[in-house]
Design a protein around this ligand. Structure first.
Ligand code: MG
Length: 417
């Protein structure tokens, strides 16, 4: 007899000071449950409410093995569809059902997807510095632990910390994080000149524009970066300007990676069909979980486009495991973002407890960086990650106003963050 869904329960926790939301699905079979990730840190209380009020009553009593049917049912149930809030709630359920299916088959997720196409997942990590010397030092630390791909940034994506108003700003501007796009582009070109002088071709360099320039600026910026042979340039324009990607792509030789803000298959359709990107990098909980990620990857594959899923600290280890399992089995996997060690060290500075230890007390079987440039999965059935709810409760979530997204230009106007 196929087990049925008995409960769909959100679990909030913030062991790293970042709100994580995990969905636990319990079934009618004793001891059989699954975990999924519904983390959208800046709106997590809303998603928790959505799951408790609308999703759980919709799903109780349904057979756990009908993942595609349940995905579509959740997607169309409110009539108006898509968006990051709905998609994260759907993702929590979708991943938990894949976790359950893996446990029922006694196989890791990648086995259900056809088995391994590779043995380790090559990853890139993020390095920044207040000046190039500090950045070089940071990159050298990564090289010591075997990393071959590094995303290099000047300061915080070229902007000021929240609350710092540069002198050049117009009188009376509001509090925010400020960016001068022209300065940012000039400084970044100089940064890559120095990095290539220092490292030669020994390391693959990446960069994230974080959609902080206009499309016309993006076109010339990509062209100016061509001589530095970047592995790719990330999010050169906002998703609202995806129709510019083809023109930008045709004007430069720098490979483009796009899409951590995608929330709907229409968002990546044009970029893929018009061959305006080389890597799609959706945040898989924001598009609705494993099921749509597999479809997006297959669609991109038929156009020769690879994946590089978004994997920041504001997703749970459950998502990280889902991503690594997908990467192991995808023919058109490209590269994987990873925020393991470095992120925990960074979060450590702002917290009053050992963040790395706290993450491992709350979550077990987290996919780990192998100190050789690769991340490896946990080889356990389903997604393999488990959560200790008592430990999770020791790190309650807080819901402050989000500040870093209040990005502005020198004249005081808002800029996509
Ligand atoms: Mg990014």
């Amino acid at each position: 007899m196929i087990p049925k869904i008995r409960s769909v329960r959100p679990i909030e926790t913030a062991p790293g000071g970042i709100n994580l939301l995990v969905i636990k699905i319990e079934t009618t079979e004793d001891g059989l449950y699954g975990l999924g990730c519904a983390t959208f840190s800046y709106r997590s209380a809303t998603i928790k409410h959505l799951v408790e009020t609308y999703i759980e009553p919709l799903l109780i009593g349904r057979e756990v093995d009908r993942i595609s049917d349940i995905w579509q049912l959740m997607h169309q149930n409110a009539y108006w569809r898509s968006g990051p809030i709905e998609n994260n709630a759907i993702s929590g359920v979708d991943m938990a059902l894949w976790d359950i299916k893996g446990k029922m088959a006694n196989m890791p997720l990648y086995q259900l997807l056809g088995g391994k196409l590779r043995d380790g997942i090559p990853v890139y990590q993020h390095a920044d510095g207040d000046d190039v010397d500090e950045l070089i030092e940071h990159i050298e630390q990564y090289r010591e632990v075997g990393l071959r791909y590094v995303r290099c940034q000047n300061g915080i994506y070229g902007g000021t910390p929240y609350g710092t108003v540069p002198q050049e700003c117009a009188k009376g501007v509001q509090a925010g994080t400020y960016i001068n796009s022209n300065d940012y582009m000039r400084n970044t070109v100089k940064m890559f000149e120095k990095l290539r002088d220092h490292f030669g071709d020994e390391i693959e360099l990446l960069h994230d524009v974080h959609e902080r320039i206009s499309p016309i600026q993006a076109r010339s910026f990509c062209h100016e970066l061509d001589p530095f042979r970047l592995f790719f340039l990330e999010d050169v324009v906002s998703p609202e300007h995806v129709s510019w990607l083809r023109e930008i792509h045709n004007y430069c030789t720098t490979p483009l990676s796009h899409g951590e803000l995608y929330v709907n298959s229409n968002d990546w359709h044009d970029a893929v069909v018009n061959r305006g990107v080389d890597y799609i990098r959706c945040h898989i909980s924001d598009i609705g979980g494993i099921t749509p990620a597999l479809r997006a990857a297959a669609f991109a594959d038929s156009f020769g486009i690879r994946t590089c899923w978004h994997c920041p600290p504001d997703l749970s280890p459950v998502s990280a495991s889902a991503i690594i399992n997908i990467d192991l089995a995808l023919p058109n996997f490209g590269l994987q973002e990873w925020s393991g060690i470095e992120t925990y060290q960074f979060l450590q500075q702002s917290g009053d407890h050992d963040v790395d230890a706290a993450m491992h007390e709350v979550f077990s079987n987290i996919p780990e960086y192998g100190n050789d440039g690769y991340v490896y999965g946990n080889e356990l059935p389903g997604l393999g990650v488990d959560i200790d709810e008592k430990e999770a409760a020791k790190y309650p979530c807080d819901h402050p106003v989000t500040l870093w997204t209040q990005t502005r230009n020198s004249d005081g106007s808002l800029q996509t963050p």
